[in-house]
Ligand binder design. Structure first.
Ligand SMILES: [Zn+2]
Length: 357
């Protein structure tokens, strides 16, 4: 096992155990919330906090909103738990909040979506938005993306079809496919028909802590989008002129425009929803690149078909899950280092140049 591997969990249960143990050892305040979707006593969202109860500044790191992306989100949280100097935080009028596994079902079952096939990061609609509608391009490629039977093997014809999608102009099609849809309940990027448990949980237990702070920086950790081994800080809400200056200097990139080149607009993101409910919170998606978009889409498609229509006792079913895990949290040591080192550096900068100032 390499040094990087020691931060990356093998499965949801060991990620959770480690998160809880380290938070307790380090004297963080700790809450554990049972969640539905698994066997009794199996799934939880765990919340650890250190520092002031009504802080001037609150840093929040959340993981696993996209289930299987929790492997690497949990690793970043574990690294912070082990390296943060709690005494410095306690002495200051600030606080750090870690929310572990917002979608524990997806984390445990190696799915990006929740137990109702809902993509939780398309589900946080604002009070005036409706859970319906699907982009036209999505409707055109639904049968290709979401086959209603399970081919045990990815046939070349299917892979060719995915390449064809890429030829439409991947950016356009990516926007249409991954932006979110509300009409195909077995499909990818399905936003659901009502607030999901992840949204209700966040509203009930997490948002009040945002509201008690004067300023909040929320980083929701994701993977699978962007260049391999690089991260992006993506925003889908506006910033005030002061926030633009603050964010640009803290992250050393230009926040005068909102999104990076790889980004597409989605409906129902947690970031926009947080900002709507807590206007003094800046909420960003912290994305780490893994594989190219077609490989990611092919793995999502195969796992989704296996999940709905596959034979669960087969080797192929298990391998579609393992493949998805690899796609969102590669085993390669160089990728793992490329996540941990810059995350450590960036969080150190956020703590020392903002939180403790
Ligand atoms: Zn994600």
């Amino acid at each position: 096992m390499t040094a990087a591997d020691s931060f990356f969990p093998e499965d949801y249960a060991s990620a959770r155990k480690r998160f809880c143990e380290t938070a307790r050892e380090r004297s963080w305040q700790f809450e554990t919330h049972p969640r539905s979707g698994g066997r009794d006593g199996e799934l939880f969202t765990d919340v650890a906090r250190i520092g002031s109860q009504s802080p001037r500044k609150l840093l929040v790191l959340s993981s696993g909103l996209h289930g299987v992306e929790g492997f690497h989100g949990s690793a970043i949280q574990q690294q912070l738990l082990q390296t943060l100097d709690e005494k410095e935080i306690v002495k200051s009028n600030s606080a750090v909040l870690l929310v572990h596994a917002l979608n524990p079902y997806g984390f445990a079952r190696l799915r990006r979506s929740d137990e109702n096939n809902v993509d939780a990061n398309r589900n946080f609609l604002l009070p005036n938005e409706e859970y319906r509608g699907t982009p036209q391009h999505y409707q055109q490629v639904d049968s290709l993306l979401n086959p209603t039977q399970w081919p045990k093997r990815e046939l070349p014809v299917h892979l060719q079809a995915l390449v064809k999608i890429a030829k439409y102009g991947y950016k356009n099609i990516q926007q249409a496919i991954a932006g979110g849809q509300y009409d195909f309940p077995h499909g990818l990027f399905y936003g659901g028909t009502q607030p999901s448990e992840a949204m209700i949980f966040t509203e009930r237990y997490v948002l009040p802590m945002f509201q008690e702070a004067k300023t909040v920086l929320h980083l929701d950790i994701h993977s699978g989008l962007g260049k391999r081994g690089q991260y992006q800080m993506l925003l889908d809400h506006d910033l005030s002129p002061n926030e633009k200056v603050w964010m640009s200097s803290l992250f050393q990139r230009d926040f005068s425009t909102n999104r990076g080149s790889e980004h597409y607009q989605t409906r129902g993101s947690i970031n926009r929803w947080v900002r709507h409910h807590v206007p003094h919170a800046v909420s960003a998606c912290w994305e780490f690149g893994t594989y190219n978009p077609i490989t990611v889409l092919a793995a999502l498609r195969a796992e989704n078909a296996a999940h709905h229509w596959g034979d669960r006792s087969s080797k192929e079913f298990v391998s579609s899950k393992e493949k998805l895990k690899e796609i969102f949290c590669p085993r390669s040591d160089s990728w793992r280092q490329s996540v941990l080192n810059p995350a450590d550096e960036l969080l150190d900068q956020v703590v020392h140049q903002w939180l403790l100032q």
